[in-house]
Design a binder for this molecule. Structure first.
Ligand SMILES: [Zn+2]
Length: 113
């Protein structure tokens, strides 16, 4: 089982609290993890000019797996999905209300005129 101090040392990078710094100084596992991280950080700038070309057919394969998209598209924010879902019903209610108000206005104008 993993040492809880190793877990906390990995979650709080840098110096952190003194007890974690003391643990890092004497724990071989944490020192190895820190060495791996330093090695990755040194290698990352060298990858800046590296351009990977997607294999042919990847885009169409992904789009085929997504299937039909609609208002329930999980990539949209929740508010947008709810608005899209109820937009048709809200439009119908609004149109009915406007027609009703127009009818009332016409009736009043006939009664007055
Ligand atoms: Zn450790």
């Amino acid at each position: 089982m993993r040492n809880p101090l190793c877990f906390f040392a990995s979650r709080f990078p840098g110096e952190g609290p003194a007890f974690l710094a003391r643990h890092r100084a004497c724990c071989l596992r944490c020192q190895a993890a820190a060495a791996r991280e330093r090695s990755l950080r040194r290698a990352l700038p060298g990858l800046a000019d590296e351009v990977l070309v997607a294999p042919p057919g990847l885009q169409s394969g992904v789009l085929c797996r997504l299937g039909e998209q609609d208002a329930a598209d999980p990539r949209r924010p929740l508010v947008v999905r709810a608005a899209a879902r109820y937009a048709a019903a809200a439009g119908l209610v609004l149109a009915t209300g406007l027609a009703f108000a127009a009818g009332l206005a016409r009736r009043q104008s006939r009664a007055l005129g």
